[in-house]
Design a protein around this ligand. Structure first.
Ligand code: NAP
Length: 282
C-alpha cells in the first residue's frame, strides 16, 4: 500500500493517477474531509491533517511506501510534518518520497531544508524530489492577473526560470515509488528550457491569441499589489522572498534528471499553456 499525501493537489493527483495505472494499491490522503471521498474513482481515501495526530493512524495503517508533500500553508515542521514522519516510520513505512525544492541544500531558511534533515535521520530509505518553479503557478497563483488583466506581474526582471510541469513531477514520483534503485537519492527536477517572463508572456500571447504583457514591478510594489489582490501578507512575503531568489538567478538551472527518469523530454512551457488554455479564457 502506498499513501499519497496532498492527493488532491497539483502533484498529488498526478501521483495517484500514475500509481493506479501501474496497478499499485493506493490510499489517497485528503485534508478536506468532505472531498476525501471523491479523490479518484476506485481509490481508497482517508481524511488526513498534518496538524492533527489523531488522523495519522488510519492514514498509515498497512502502508509501506509514502509520498510526502509539505502543504504550502504549513511552515511549522516541528509540530506537523516531523511527528508524522516519526509516526509513519514506527508504523512500518519503508520508503519516503518527499517533494522538496530546487537548491534546498544551500538554503537552510526554507522549511523543506529542515524536513529533509528530519527524514534523513528517520532511519528508512528516502528519495528527495527537488523541483524548480511549477508551470502550474501560472494557472493558480497568477491566474487572475493573466485572465482578467492580461499581464504577468512579478519582480524578477530578465531572470530565467527552468519551469517544470507538475504532471512530470507526478510521473517521476510514481516511478520512484514503483521501482528499486532510488534510495538515498536526490533528483533536481527541471523542465527542458529556461525562460524569462518576457518569453513566457510571448508564449501566452501566441497560444491565447491576445496580448499578454510581462510587468516587472519593484519588490515592494509587488508585495503591496499581491496583498491588495487578496493574498495574506505572510504568503505574499514568502512569494516576495522566492521571487527575489529567482531575480538572483537561482531558478536558472537545467538538469537532465526528468528525461533520465522518464525516458522522454519534460513537457514544454508551450504545451502547458495549450493544455491549460481554458484557465485564462474570459
Ligand atoms: N509552486 C512551486 O513553484 C513550487 C516549486 C518547488 C516546490 N514546491 C513545493 O511543492 C509542494 C506542493 O505545493 P503545491 O502548491 O503544488 O501544493 P498544492 O497543490 O496546493 O497541494 C497542497 C495539498 O496539501 C493539502 N493540505 C493542505 N493543508 C493540509 C494539512 N494541514 N494536512 C494535510 N494536507 C494538507 C491539500 O489538501 P486538500 O486538497 O484536501 O485541501 C492539498 O492537496 C510545497 O511543499 C511547495 O513548497 C512548490
Amino acid at each position: 500500500m502506498i499513501l499519497v499525501t496532498g492527493a488532491r493537489g497539483n502533484i498529488g493527483r498526478e501521483v495517484v493517477a500514475g500509481l493506479v495505472s501501474n496497478g499499485q494499491a493506493v490510499r489517497a490522503a485528503a485534508f478536506d474531509a468532505a472531498a476525501a471521498k471523491r479523490v479518484s474513482a476506485g481509490v481508497e481515501t482517508v481524511h488526513f491533517d498534518f496538524a492533527d495526530a489523531k488522523t495519522y493512524g488510519p492514514a498509515v495503517d498497512g502502508v509501506e511506501r509514502l509520498f510526502l508533500m509539505r502543504p504550502p500553508q504549513i511552515t511549522d515542521m516541528e509540530n506537523t510534518l516531523n511527528p508524522f514522519v516519526d509516526f509513519a516510520v514506527k508504523a512500518g513505512v519503508r520508503h519516503i518520497v518527499f517533494v522538496s525544492l530546487l537548491g534546498v541544500e544551500g538554503n537552510p531558511r526554507v522549511p523543506h531544508y529542515a524536513a529533509e534533515q528530519h527524514i534523513e535521520r528517520a532511519g528508512v530509505p528516502y528519495t528527495f524530489l527537488r523541483p524548480s518553479f511549477f508551470m502550474q503557478n501560472l494557472n493558480t497563483t497568477h491566474r487572475a492577473e493573466i485572465r482578467e488583466r492580461d499581464e504577468i506581474y512579478l519582480p524578477v526582471g530578465r531572470a530565467r526560470t527552468s519551469f517544470i510541469d507538475t504532471r512530470d513531477i507526478g510521473a517521476v514520483a510514481a516511478k520512484v515509488l514503483c521501482e528499486d534503485g532510488h534510495d538515498g537519492r536526490a533528483y533536481d527536477l527541471t523542465g527542458g528550457e529556461s525562460l524569462d517572463y518576457y518569453q513566457v508572456a510571448d508564449i501566452f500571447s501566441e497560444v491565447l491569441g491576445r496580448k499578454i504583457t510581462y510587468k516587472d514591478p519593484s519588490s515592494v510594489a509587488f508585495l503591496i499589489s499581491t496583498v491588495r489582490h487578496g493574498t495574506p501578507l505572510k504568503f505574499a512575503l514568502v512569494m516576495q522572498m522566492l521571487y527575489r531568489s529567482t531575480r538572483n538567478g537561482i531558478a536558472d538551472v537545467l538538469t537532465e534528471d526528468v528525461s533520465r527518469l522518464l525516458g522522454r523530454s519534460p513537457r514544454t512551457f508551450r504545451q502547458y499553456v495549450i493544455d491549460y488554455a481554458e484557465s485564462w479564457r474570459r
